[in-house]
Design a protein. Sequence first.
Length: 381
Amino acid sequence: MKILLFANTDWYLYNFRRSLALALKDAGNEVILLSPPGVYGEKLLAMGFRWIPAPLNRRSLNPFDEIAFFFWLIRFLRNENVDLVHGFTIKCVVYAGIAGRLANVEGRVCAVAGMGYVFTNDDIRARVLRPFLKTVFRIALGGKGLRLILQNPDDVKFFQDTGLVDARVIRLIPGSGVDCVRFFPRAVSSHHRQDSARRMRVVLPARLLWDKGLAEFVDAARLLRAKGLLVDFLLAGAPDVGNPASVSDVVLQSWVEEGIVEFLGHVEDMAALYHSVDVVVLPSYREGLPKGLIEAAACALPIVTTDAPGCREVVSNEVDGLLVPIKNAIELAAAIERLCADPALRARLGSSARSKVLNQFDERIVVSKTIDVYRELMGVS
């Protein structure tokens, strides 16, 4: 088959769907990768993929730009004679669903990884866009030859309850998977000995968006710093200027100058970072299925996250991590303090987290399930 994988950034294709693209290519399919231009496009080309820079601005709400891209995508799908298009993230799902339908693409797969800014934020802009996006979803997810892949049961319930799609086309696949060979438990060394005098290192790995729980993370850091705990709080990720919920550079700099957090920026080698820290935290308000957490779990690290959609699929409270309420810095600080003070608990939770990843979130499992959806949709045995 000729298969198009379409996302709103080349970074997403490279970091989240590279293994899927490789598996499809190795199976003899012709794979096209489509995204707006970026530095990761060159890396995809270097790997031998056919990557096409799309004339799409993910930040744009200009109707003329959006209409122009929409018709460009229809022509592209027709000219390439694509058999199956797989769109990732909400904007690309909408375009792939509608343009694929109009271009008579036989198979359309729409993957919604979390409900995004419009559904997780309650500001005026999000509230205005929400009814419009629901209408567009109904159009994009209609017609024959479609499957909707969701990452957690809460999102499945949302789509079912709102009637945005025929429930029979929904498939639940947990995230994009993790490479359990690359992300592995660190060896215990003298540097990482369970020494109560050593400063603990706690990291939040995510795009720097308010709805990732950045405010609660910083408040928790202040609370624990005031108690005199020897804890370093790290932020690993970059602001997302294309997202209205992005933390501004001014606010980020104020946290750094206050000495409350250490800002690492974008980290290329996340496995090495996880091997250098003790606890991983993500106080998010809602997720699809957070890749940063399953990477941390694969490294057998203890996790503190919120009892929120997507997050609670990775962590079972007191089994392979700790769950805290959303938007509660006091509970977050207490959970971090508890883990920092209890090496045996960190080890137990981390070991269980690694086992869970191997059984549920290994990328080979996720890729296999995704290809099964393709085969089902296209009638291929």
